[in-house]
Design a protein around this ligand. Structure first.
Ligand code: SAH
Length: 349
């Protein structure tokens, strides 16, 4: 497997060009080819000499992922993309059309790992187990493929696909920094969200390093005993310790931190709302309520009641729309598998 040229920061790429006996400014041209023009081969980089193109091809690959399947939801236009890695594994990304929303969002939900080690009982990715971390190039390539085949320029990225981003901290932060480059995707730090189940040492590092991306924490159970059952991470990093840290050490980002809460029938009582309020009493947060993607999802009336209970927190509350339900493209439904039923439409790739 060749090293991908997409694994590098600008300065690192400049060093590579210098080592190849070329001018450092060639690296900026490379970033424009890769991230603005979505080129997939060194041979298409027409302002490089033949000699440089062959030197680069000898040492590096451009695109480490192959798009295997593209699936369109007939309900809401959500699209799911299945990719094959060079070592034969599968990952998925989702394009979410929130164009009708206030800020005209077009979001790509990307994966950070093949499988996941966290074992949350309600999540399909957990069932695969952990295979390996994605490289920086594999993280970025998901966005490039989606942009290329749809012709759409997304303006929002969420690390909410397969995997636990904070178990692949270095690659996730590096990929997010590259997304933010003005001569690359140029996606604002306010429009990149990293979601974690609560890996406390990584959260501490993230806050200390003062990254500006949005941070989201999957709470999902306010009662530690239940959280232990549904999210084994609670045994190692209790949410109380995570919340205490967040209360005292706000992240540097511009936006409120997001508390994600997957609603089931048994975790939406008044007591739950009071417990969430108590946990994050002093934090600059907003609450994102996610209906469980399963028949066990609570009914609308009960969700509305829970929102009412949560209003004691006096913070913005959003109920996440369940998108892509006919293509298993919703939260916690990505399992890196070929399409197997449902009513979605397969688009030729
Ligand atoms: N590992 C990270 C990233 C996954 S993000 C994290 O835990 O934050 C995916 C979000 O979807 C998380 O908030 C997770 O709790 C939620 N989720 C998982 N399974 C779900 C399901 N079946 N229905 C609704 N949301 C789910």
């Amino acid at each position: 497997m060749k090293d991908s040229i997409k694994n590098y920061y600008l300065e690192e790429a400049e060093d590579i060009f210098e080592r190849l006996g070329e001018a450092r400014y060639r690296a900026r041209q490379l970033f424009s080819w890769l991230y603005a023009k979505n080129v997939s081969s060194f041979d298409d980089m027409s302002n490089y000499s033949k000699d440089l193109r062959s030197k680069l091809t000898e040492e590096f690959s451009v695109s480490p992922l192959v798009l295997e399947e593209r699936l369109l939801s007939k309900i809401d236009g959500t699209e799911k993309f299945l990719f094959k890695t060079e070592d034969g594994h599968f990952i998925e990304s989702v394009l979410l059309r929130n164009e009708a929303s206030d800020d005209g969002r077009l979001t790509i939900c990307i994966s950070s790992q093949i499988g996941c080690a966290m074992g949350c009982t309600f999540c399909s990715t957990a069932k695969i187990g952990f295979i390996r971390n994605l490289t920086v190039a594999e993280i970025l390539d998901q966005i490039i493929h989606v942009r290329r085949v749809t012709g759409l320029l997304n303006n929002n990225i969420v690390f909410m696909g397969m995997g636990e981003p904070f178990n692949n901290y270095d690659n996730v932060i590096k990929a997010a920094n590259i997304m933010n480059y003005s001569f690359g995707f140029h996606i604002s730090v306010r429009k990149i969200t990293i979601s974690t189940c609560g890996i406390l040492p990584a959260i501490k590092r993230y806050v200390k390093e003062k990254h500006l991306f949005n941070l989201a924490i999957s709470l999902n159970d306010s009662d530690p005993a239940l959280r232990k059952i549904n999210m084994p991470v609670e045994n190692k990093y209790p949410i109380k310790e995570v919340a205490d840290f967040i209360n005292k050490n706000p992240a540097a980002g511009y936006n409120r931190m997001t508390i994600e809460y997957v609603m089931r029938k048994d975790n939406i009582s008044k007591k739950n709302a009071e417990e969430i309020n108590k946990l994050f009493k002093f934090a600059h947060v907003m609450l994102n309520l996610i209906p469980l993607n399963s028949p066990e999802c609570p009914v609308k009336k009960d969700i509305e009641k829970f929102m009412q209970y949560c209003s004691i927190m006096n913070i913005p509350i959003i109920v996440r729309k369940s998108l892509g339900s006919d293509i298993s493209g919703g939260c916690g439904q990505l399992a890196g598998k070929k399409y197997s039923g449902g009513s979605g439409e397969i688009i030729e790739v």
